[in-house]
Design a protein around this ligand. Structure first.
Ligand code: 5GP
Ligand code: MG
Ligand code: MG
Length: 189
């Protein structure tokens, strides 16, 4: 029975082809990234907007590295619908959007890919009256964006391939991997 338990805990790791960014690399890089954010956001209350669900793990680690007065909001946006390709449009799924009027806002997302999500969110928060909106992502895919959009802060540049872990999913799974990696091709349905 104990061996079975070990087998279960290994279950998610065995679907991983390779690890791109280790836990240790993430920790060290976030320490540096947080310092950069702090230089720009040091002296006033900020609103941190977390894009669910992908940015949850990244946001938990980033918020705790930003010792400034903040409120935390979450936004439910959809563009990927759990699969490996972008659907090309961004939907805001919340009945009520955060109150950001006059505020300085830091948007946290897991990854900048086509740029559609970050672009749509920054634009919408601007329409809601935010005084300034900056984007911060864990991963920056090196590719031509579908829309003009770059993050103000990014932890890692990566190649244009589908990644999982540290919040990023494939069909809802793998968000709990502590590192960023690539799936084995046989996992893709
Ligand atoms: P966008 O294409 O709008 O820049 O990215 C939208 C969302 O697609 C991201 O927030 C993320 O949730 C998802 N996404 C983009 N690239 C990847 C990837 O390589 N792996 C995973 N798991 N999700 C991705
Ligand atoms: Mg996302
Ligand atoms: Mg997803």
């Amino acid at each position: 029975a104990e061996l079975d338990l070990l087998g279960i805990s290994d279950g998610m790791h065995r679907d991983v082809e390779k690890i791109l960014i280790t836990e240790e690399e993430i920790r060290m890089r976030l320490d540096v990234l947080a310092q950069k954010v702090l230089i720009d956001f040091a002296d006033e209350e900020i609103v941190v907007v977390i894009l669910l669900k992908g940015a949850l793990v990244f946001a938990a680690d980033m918020c705790r590295r930003l010792p400034v007065p903040m409120t935390v909001e979450c936004l439910n946006v959809a563009s990927y619908h759990g699969d490996i390709k972008s659907s090309g449009k961004v939907e805001f799924l919340d009945a009520k959007l955060p109150e950001v009027g006059g505020k300085k806002v830091l948007v946290l997302d897991d990854i900048l890919d086509t740029g559609l999500t970050m672009r749509a969110v920054i634009d919408r928060l601007g329409e809601l009256g935010a005084r300034e909106v900056r984007g911060c992502v864990l991963l920056n895919k090196l590719k031509v964006r579908d829309v003009e959009c770059e993050a103000d802060y990014k932890a890692f540049d990566i190649e244009d391939e589908f990644v999982i872990g540290y919040g990023l999913d494939y069909r809802g799974r793998f968000r709990n991997l502590p590192y960023v990696g690539v799936m084995k091709s046989e996992v893709i349905e």
